[in-house]
Ligand binder design. Structure first.
Ligand code: FAD
Length: 405
């Protein structure tokens, strides 16, 4: 039985563990957080990724936890509505897009694997030493162990990628924007509603899926690279507060609440681009390998599909990792590229550069529901996403499973 260490227990890690178990491998997941991280923001599962979730037998549960968002309202500095957008309007065709909170998806994947996968929380890999028949892994807390293969599923700032491939600056491509998210009190009483206040070069928002007294605040702004220490949260809060100083609507109140938020998050909107996703017995999956950035809206779907293809390729190659990694890369490359392409165009609509652009976008949103050609216009927005989300034909690897164990 092949022993495989997976670093990262969010989406890609547990999904990979699920499929590796299904194919007869023996995965262990190491996660730096002390327990399952259930926080986060809303994410989409689309196209081929929904198919993967269906093959896992989890589709109904994922759909049941869908956010069911109703409307996005755009407001000016005084809180007056500029435009409203029905969430269903751009939501894709019924059944090919599910929006779910990241934490709910992570919990569903963890529940589906916890009984037959070893999870090591509160630990992290510190060194990888490859030998002829395995990888000697040293951990921060636990004793060193040898695994046949090691997978980095540890996100945008992947630890395994740094250890096996070198500095992240060689792979991270900054798209010129930052995103900050945190939990705040739902003081506007929002129910399945998102509010956005667009301003030139920045956009602040707040939404609630209606499931709790909390809401999420979101700050999106364009910026040159900001040099800061990723562990220095106080400095990061200052940077967000500085970027939104003097803004109207509820922004001052949201910035105050951000100061208290337990789950403050700030990161650049960046893409991971690599020529290869494997090196010897080490391979990457999900954001660690090909994070398309939050602006693409496709990171979770790439992670779910990547996990399925990687595990299946290992089963199909009967554990020959070199052949499996080559097949994984060739099956995934086009799909990844198509989805990464979405980010740049989405960003243009998410952060508008001038007051004139904002006025025009708001005018179009108000006009849209009344336009005779509205369905064609909506398709122009949704069709590239649908095409990218389905730009892979999933193989059926089940037949290969029996030969893997
Ligand atoms: C603000 C925001 C909004 C987003 N919106 C969307 C969206 O609308 N649609 C969409 O599809 N995607 C969205 N995404 C992207 C999506 O969250 C990711 O693409 C997806 O979660 C990728 O999953 P992953 O498992 O590869 O990485 P991650 O979810 O980043 O998980 C990495 C895991 O590795 C763990 N880890 C990190 N370092 C170590 C270490 N040293 N040792 C052990 N474990 C470690 C982390 O704790 C984490 O649990 C968004 C992301 C952000 C940040």
């Amino acid at each position: 039985m092949t022993n495989i260490l997976i670093s990262g227990g969010s989406v890609a890690g547990p999904a990979l563990a699920f499929w590796l178990r299904r194919h007869g491998f023996n995965p262990t997941v190491v996660e730096r957080a002390p327990a399952l991280r259930t926080g986060g923001y809303k994410i989409d599962v689309r196209g081929a990724a929904l198919d993967v979730v269906g093959r896992m037998g989890l589709r109904e549960e994922v759909v049941r936890h869908g956010t069911d968002m109703r409307i996005a309202r755009f407001v000016d500095a005084a809180g007056r509505q500029l435009a409203g957008m029905d969430a269903q309007l751009f939501g894709g065709r019924e059944g090919d897009d599910v929006e779910i909170m990241r934490g709910d998806l992570a919990r569903i994947l963890h529940d589906a694997t916890r009984d037959d996968v070893e999870y090591l929380f509160d630990d992290s890999v510190t060194a990888l030493e490859e030998t002829a028949d395995g990888v000697r892994v040293t951990f921060e807390n636990g004793p060193a162990r040898t695994f046949d293969l090691v997978v980095g599923a540890d996100g945008l700032h992947s630890n395994v990628r740094a250890l096996a491939f070198g500095e992240e600056s060689a792979y991270l491509h900054d798209l010129g924007h930052y995103i900050s998210i945190c939990t705040v009190p739902n003081h506007l009483g929002l129910d399945r509603t998102e509010m956005m206040h667009p301003a030139p070069g920045r956009s602040a928002g707040m939404y609630s899926t209606g499931r709790s007294a909390d809401a999420k605040a979101m700050f999106l702004f364009s910026s040159e690279p900001l040099g800061y220490d990723r562990r220095d949260v106080a400095r990061q809060r200052e940077l967000v507060a500085g970027a939104f100083a003097g803004q109207g609507w509820e922004v001052p109140r949201l910035l105050d609440a951000m100061g208290e938020a337990p789950d403050f998050y700030l990161d650049s909107i960046s893409q991971v681009r690599m020529d290869r996703w494997s090196s010897g017995r080490v391979v990457l999956v999900g954001d660690a390998a090909y994070g398309p950035s939050p602006a693409s809206g496709q990171g979770t779907s790439l992670a779910l599909v990547g996990a399925y293809v990687l595990a299946g390729s290992l089963a199909a190659a009967a554990g020959d990792h070199e052949a499996a990694f080559a097949a994984y890369e060739s099956d995934m490359r086009h799909f990844v590229e198509e989805n990464q392409k979405l980010a740049a165009s989405n960003l243009k609509g998410m952060v508008l550069k001038s007051a004139g652009q904002i006025r025009f976008q708001m005018f179009m949103l108000r006009l849209m529901p009344r336009l005779p050609g509205r369905n064609r216009m909506i398709r122009r927005v949704t069709e590239p996403i649908r095409r990218a989300a389905t730009a892979i034909t999933l193989r059926d690897y089940e037949a290969a499973s029996s030969s893997a164990s």
